[in-house]
Each structure stands twice: as structure tokens, then as C-alpha cells.
Design a protein around this ligand. Structure first.
Ligand code: HEC
Ligand code: HEC
Ligand code: HEC
Ligand code: HEC
Ligand code: HEC
Length: 221
């Protein structure tokens, strides 16, 4: 037996436990107690399988395939487990026509440097799950792309040009949401901007300063 075979033989010995885990996965109440960490507040009504999609082959088929691998009747093992969670999983419920910063836009080469600061090409570059927070970014990540921003006529009391000169990147989210999906108009006075504390609270699990009214609602579970 190769080390690879030993690994799979060991896995197969664990099948009774695996089966237990599967039935737990299908049982939401059990799941909530074994989950990785707390689901973010706005996802409280989602089921695990809304994001964790089972592979096409049934578990029995997977187990049989891997048994045949162990006894040498198959040249390759198959994946146990679930498909990874990707941006497509999120877009299944959150796709919308008014997106201000669509992820596909940032796959262009000119955003390569920006990507070192924040990965704007994937939902999971800024969001995750099981940490009870809405987004894990710092509030000032706009610096990655808007360093040369200039408005023809700037409506602000402290112009965008001045904000950028002052490196006041913490102010941007104070007036603009990121996705442009809140029914909310950016103010013109710097005093009216939400402060960094309020923004950080929102990016965690606190109240939404932009208000709860959305232009496009997410699809429910
Ligand atoms: C809103 C989508 C979403 C929901 C709902 C959700 N998860 Fe997750 N889950 C994720 C994401 C995102 C990750 C991190 C994946 C990564 O980092 O590659 C994850 C990771 C995990 C992991 C770790 C897997 C690994 O490969 O590290 C487990 C276990 C898990 N989730 C179980 C659950 C259970 C149990 C539930 C139901 C209580 C649940 N999840 C509900 C999105 C979700
Ligand atoms: C099955 C549908 C579904 C899936 C899949 C889903 N969501 Fe959600 N999400 C919702 C619903 C419903 C809400 C609550 C309504 C709302 O805020 O629009 C929500 C809320 C949110 C919020 C907070 C909204 C707020 O205003 O505070 C964030 C952030 C979010 N989802 C991100 C994600 C990410 C990232 C993924 C992929 C890992 C994902 N969602 C997967 C349905 C889904
Ligand atoms: C570059 C970072 C970044 C990326 C990439 C990103 N988000 Fe966000 N997202 C944020 C920030 C910051 C907020 C809080 C500000 C706001 O509400 O717009 C947020 C808020 C949200 C909200 C709540 C507000 C709303 O618009 O309804 C949802 C839902 C959401 N994101 C889903 C997604 C999904 C789905 C993707 C992938 C298609 C994604 N995000 C990609 C940073 C990001
Ligand atoms: C990965 C790059 C990137 C990041 C990070 C980024 N932006 Fe943008 N943003 C863009 C691009 C590209 C446009 C489109 C500009 C255009 O169409 O000329 C844009 C447009 C905008 C617009 C104008 C949208 C409209 O409808 O005209 C606003 C407002 C904005 N961004 C604010 C922000 C804020 C606030 C942040 C930080 C929270 C941020 N952006 C982070 C790349 C980025
Ligand atoms: C005091 C509130 C305020 C602050 C702070 C602020 N903005 Fe704005 N911003 C506005 C308003 C108002 C407009 C014009 C109306 C609109 O587009 O919403 C605007 C317009 C924009 C536009 C669109 C420009 C165009 O050509 O249409 C972008 C991009 C932008 N802001 C990015 C930023 C970035 C990046 C920061 C942080 C350096 C920032 N804003 C800080 C209020 C603010």
C-alpha cells in the first residue's frame, strides 16, 4: 500500500463517523451547535445547504468509489465532502443590476496592484462566514483604487482632492456605501459623514448607518 492508499483506508474506517456527520449536516438544529462559528446576523434564516452545496455524486457512490480505489480497482480517489463556497454561491442570491463595483471588472490587469491591498475580484476577498461579521475589510481600502480621483465640479465642503491629500481614506465609506445598493444619498458636508467607529460596528454585526432600505433585496433562502 502507498501512503495515499493508507490515507484512504484510514478515511474509510472513519465512515461510520462520516455518516453521522452527514446526517448532522442535514439536520439544521444539530448543525447550529457544531458549526464553525456564528453565522452573521442577516443570514440567521439561511440553511447550511444554501451555501454548502453537496457534490453531484451521492455519498454512497463516493464511498464505493473510494473503496474501489483502496483495493486498487480505481486509479484515482474522488472528493469526499462539499463544493467550496465561491462568489457564484453568493451571487445566486445577491446578484443585482445596480452593482457599483462588480467583481468581474477587477480581473483586468490594471487592478493588479490594487489586489495587493484588497482582493476585489471575489466576494470572499472582503466577506466570509462563521465569524459573525458582515465584512472583514478595514474601512479605508478605497485607497487601493481611488488615489487619482478628481471631480470636475466637486460638491463637497472639503473637496475629494483635499481628502485624498490628507489621506483621509477613512472618510469615504462615511458618505458612500461600497456596493451602491442602499437607498441613500451621499451628503455634501464632511461633518455629516459617519465616523469610523460607526462604520467598524456596521462591518461587524452592529446597526446599519445607511439605513435598511435597499434598492434590490437579496433572494431569500
Ligand atoms: C452564507 C453562506 C454560508 C452559510 C449559510 C453557511 N456557511 Fe459554512 N462556510 C461558508 C464560507 C464562506 C466558509 C469558508 C470557506 C472558505 O474559506 O473557503 C465556510 C466554511 C465552513 C466550514 C469549514 C469548511 C472548510 O473547508 O474549512 C464548515 C465545517 C462549515 N462552513 C459548516 C457550516 C454549517 C454546519 C452551516 C450551517 C449552520 C454553514 N456552514 C452555513 C459559508 C456559509
Ligand atoms: C440563499 C440566499 C443567500 C446566499 C447564498 C447568500 N446570502 Fe447574503 N443575504 C441573504 C439575505 C436574504 C440577506 C438579508 C437581506 C439583505 O440584507 O439583503 C443577506 C444578507 C447579507 C449581508 C448583510 C446585508 C446587510 O445589509 O447587512 C451580507 C454582507 C451578505 N448577505 C453577504 C453574502 C455573501 C458574501 C455570501 C456568499 C458567501 C452570501 N451573502 C450568500 C441571502 C443570501
Ligand atoms: C472590496 C471589498 C468587497 C468585495 C469584493 C465585496 N464586498 Fe460586499 N461589502 C463590502 C463592504 C465594505 C460593505 C459595507 C458597505 C456597504 O454596505 O456597501 C459590503 C456590504 C455588502 C452587503 C450589504 C449591503 C448591500 O449591498 O446589500 C452585501 C449583501 C454584500 N456586501 C455582498 C457582496 C457580494 C455578494 C459580493 C461578491 C459578488 C461582495 N459583497 C463583494 C465590501 C466588499
Ligand atoms: C479595486 C478597485 C476599487 C476599490 C477598492 C474601490 N473602488 Fe470605487 N470604483 C472603482 C472603479 C473602477 C469605479 C468606476 C469608475 C468609472 O466608472 O469611471 C469606481 C466607482 C466608484 C464610485 C462612483 C460610482 C458611480 O456610480 O458613479 C464611488 C462613489 C466609489 N467608487 C466609491 C468607492 C469607495 C467609497 C470605496 C472604498 C470603500 C471604493 N470605491 C473602492 C474601483 C474601486
Ligand atoms: C462628505 C461626504 C463625502 C465624502 C467624505 C466622500 N465623498 Fe465621494 N462623493 C460625495 C458626493 C456628494 C458626490 C457627488 C454625488 C454622488 O456621486 O453621489 C461624490 C462623488 C464621488 C465619486 C463619483 C465621481 C464621479 O465622477 O461621479 C467617487 C468615485 C467618490 N465620490 C469617491 C470617494 C472617495 C474615494 C472618497 C474618500 C477619499 C470620498 N468619495 C469621500 C460625498 C462624499
Amino acid at each position: 500500500m502507498t501512503p495515499q492508499h493508507i490515507k484512504y483506508a484510514a478515511l474509510l474506517l472513519l465512515i461510520p463517523f462520516g455518516a453521522l456527520a452527514v446526517s448532522a449536516f442535514q439536520n439544521q438544529t444539530v448543525l447550529r451547535t457544531v458549526a464553525h462559528g456564528p453565522i452573521q446576523v442577516d443570514h440567521a434564516n439561511l440553511g447550511c445547504s444554501d451555501c454548502h452545496i453537496a457534490p453531484d455524486a451521492t455519498w454512497r457512490q463516493q464511498i464505493q468509489a473510494n473503496l474501489r480505489y483502496v483495493v486498487g480497482a480505481r486509479s484515482e480517489a474522488v472528493d469526499f465532502g462539499y463544493h467550496p463556497v465561491t462568489s457564484d454561491t453568493c451571487l445566486g442570491c445577491h446578484e443585482r443590476p445596480n452593482e457599483r463595483h462588480p467583481i468581474y471588472r477587477f480581473r483586468e490587469a490594471r487592478f493588479q496592484d490594487a489586489q495587493e491591498i484588497v482582493d476585489a475580484t471575489s466576494c470572499l476577498g472582503c466577506h466570509t462566514e462563521h465569524t459573525n461579521e458582515r465584512a472583514f475589510t478595514q474601512v479605508d481600502f478605497c485607497v487601493a483604487c481611488h488615489g487619482d480621483l478628481e471631480l470636475k465640479t466637486d460638491p463637497l465642503d472639503v473637496s475629494h482632492l483635499q481628502l485624498i491629500k490628507d489621506e483621509n481614506w477613512g472618510s469615504c465609506l462615511g458618505c458612500h456605501d461600497f456596493h451602491g445598493n442602499h437607498a441613500y444619498e451621499a451628503p455634501k458636508l464632511l461633518d455629516a459623514a459617519f465616523d469610523v467607529d460607526a462604520l467598524e460596528a456596521y462591518l461587524a454585526d452592529g446597526p446599519n448607518p445607511y439605513g435598511t432600505e435597499k434598492l434590490y433585496e437579496a433572494k431569500g433562502p
